[in-house]
Design a protein around this ligand. Structure first.
Ligand code: HEC
Ligand code: HEC
Length: 499
């Protein structure tokens, strides 16, 4: 999620300008009509919130021990709406009515509770883990949405940053099940069926949300929404629309942010920059004053993100083999990924795109001018927060908890660590199971195919396959492990479980 442009005219115009304007409205408003804040009215707008006062107050009143900034950050993420709602409780529970057969009949026969489970499953949403704040008001909500007082559902960061592995829900784990496009398509169909659709629903059909479950077009959303903001993050709907490179990416795990000096696949924003995270809320329903008013909230949210620890591998490890693997890892991989254990190191390396050789769509999607404009804007504290305006390629990420965050690479194209280590064995097309975990190859349990099986016309079903022949979905590159023998790779694989 990133965006921004300081000056006009740098990106050129998109021929489908009008359509895009409608889309901008759509992705921010989620199809619900809410009044837009006028930029002119901003001066009078009072700061949207002061998380510290609100939440510390609440803590005081309840006579609880003082909450840490990280606790406050987590509570904000699961209780405070930062964008417009997408649908109501009732609407969500009726989506099954537009499902294809036999799913619809199964849902019809099910109890309301079972039906809710089927609905969550279809869209890649999971129940909040025990102990998640929010109380009664958020009871029964998935981690990826929160419920407003009026029963409307508002998406939060965990839509992409909270997921499950081997059946366990972990906040901060990328949501490798998220079926964003399918959810929006069903909401739209449901509104069409009831004759309740809006222009925004119509426009939304044109903006790709994500061509495979677990990945989204998040970077292009950011560029598009950012293009409606001036240098102070104030709305300016008259700005020229940028060219967009639609491409799918997977969110990285949050527990590594505290190790990183730079954020995002190409490492262009400082990890001290909490304002970059506010790009999530850039839809036109939020005035610049509102975004700026959330500055403190996002400091707490960043504190929460940086407090997270990688989950431990829950299955068996051969300690002797892992110790052997550590040697090979330190010789072959550590120069980029760092060392682990007692004296940890992490080199924060930007690896040139030609050298890494993984899919380059993400790299190409942001221009130097775009990054420059971001650097000059409020989002980078007007140049005071460092921005790399001409990154060379992708960051080599820390590998803590790497067992949990499959699929791999920034575009989520490689289903297991075994496939990361064996360049020539990576499947062209793969399809995961819901909760299966592959303890031999470490990562998703998948079926592999040479091609997309024939006869799959339903786009919803097609998105359950990852097809590496599609644009932005290549699983090529990163052939460094090929320096190792088969036995050495097995040892490294064992070692990777322990990180
Ligand atoms: C629609 C999916 C989506 C939503 C919603 C979302 N993100 Fe992200 N986020 C991503 C993707 C994809 C990336 C990787 C982008 C890249 O590398 O260019 C990312 C990257 C990040 C990173 C950088 C992590 C790293 O290691 O470099 C942080 C931090 C982050 N998001 C925080 C947030 C916060 C906070 C919110 C909510 C306010 C949020 N995101 C909402 C998809 C999402
Ligand atoms: C020259 C630098 C370099 C070397 C050497 C290197 N890597 Fe990487 N590695 C990267 C970069 C850059 C990425 C990110 C690629 C992307 O996302 O497109 C990456 C990604 C990965 C990932 C996926 C991470 C994720 O979160 O999806 C794994 C696993 C990995 N490397 C393991 C290894 C192992 C094991 C070795 C040694 C055998 C190794 N790497 C050697 C640079 C390197």
């Amino acid at each position: 999620m990133k965006a921004l442009r300081g000056k006009t005219g740098r990106w050129g115009f998109c021929s489908a300008g009008l359509m895009l304007v409608a889309i901008v409205l759509l992705i921010s408003a989620g199809g619900r009509a809410e009044p837009l804040d006028s930029p002119k009215a901003e001066e009078d707008a009072k700061p949207a919130s002061n998380a510290e006062d609100d939440l510390l107050d609440v803590a005081d009143k309840k006579n609880e021990t003082e909450k840490s900034p990280a606790d406050i950050g987590f509570e904000l993420l699961v209780t405070r709406p930062y964008v417009n709602p997408e649908f109501s409780d009732a609407e969500f529970d009726e989506l099954w009515k537009v499902w294809e057969e036999p799913a619809r009949s199964e849902a019809e026969k099910a109890t309301p509770e079972e039906r809710r489970e089927l609905t969550l499953l279809r869209y890649g949403l999971q129940h909040r883990p025990q102990g998640t704040p929010g109380g009664e008001a958020q009871a029964g909500m998935p981690i990826q949405y929160l419920r407003r007082d009026d029963g409307e559902w508002v998406v939060n960061c965990f839509a992409c940053h909270g997921g499950k592995v081997a059946g366990r829900v972990i906040p901060g784990l990328p949501n490798s099940h998220f079926a964003m496009q399918t959810l929006w398509a069903d909401v739209r169909t449901s509104r069409f069926a009831k004759d309740e659709y809006t222009l925004k629903d119509l426009a939304g059909g044109f903006l790709p949300m994500g061509g495979s479950n677990g990945t989204t077009n998040a970077v292009a959303f950011g560029v598009l929404l950012g293009s409606r903001r001036d240098i102070h993050a104030d709305l300016d709907m008259d700005r020229p629309l940028p060219k967009l490179l639609h491409h799918d990416v997977e969110a990285p795990p949050w527990w590594n942010v505290k190790k990183k000096k730079w954020l995002y696949a190409d490492g262009f924003v400082s990890s001290d920059n909490h304002r970059s995270l506010i790009q999530f809320a850039m839809g036109p329903e939020n005035s610049g004053a509102k975004l700026r008013g959330w500055d403190k909230d996002y400091q707490f949210i960043m504190a929460y993100i940086k407090s997270l620890e990688a989950p431990e591998y829950p299955f068996e490890v051969d300690a002797e083999l892992a110790a052997e693997g550590e040697q090979y890892f330190n010789n072959t991989c550590a120069e980029c990924h760092g060392t682990y254990g007692e004296n940890e190191t992490y080199p924060n390396r930007h690896v040139p795109i030609e050298e890494i050789g993984t899919d380059r769509a993400r790299f190409d999607s942001l221009t130097p001018e775009y990054r420059q404009a971001f650097q000059e804007s409020w989002f980078a504290d007007y140049g005071r927060s460092p921005v790399v305006t001409e990154p060379v390629g992708y960051m080599a990420p820390p590998l803590d908890g790497i067992w949990a965050s499959a699929p791999y690479f920034h575009n989520g194209s490689v289903p297991t660590l075994w496939h990361v280590l064996n360049v020539n064995e990576r499947p062209t097309v793969w399809k995961r199971t819901e909760d299966g975990y592959d303890t031999d190859r470490i990562g998703l349990e998948v079926a592999e195919f040479d091609n997309l099986p024939e006869g799959i016309y339903d786009l919803r079903v097609r998105r359950t396959y990852f097809d590496t022949t599609q644009f932005s979905k290549s699983a090529a590159g990163h052939d460094f492990p090929e320096q190792l023998t088969h036995e050495q790779k097995l040892a490294v694989l064992e070692y990777l479980k322990t990180l």
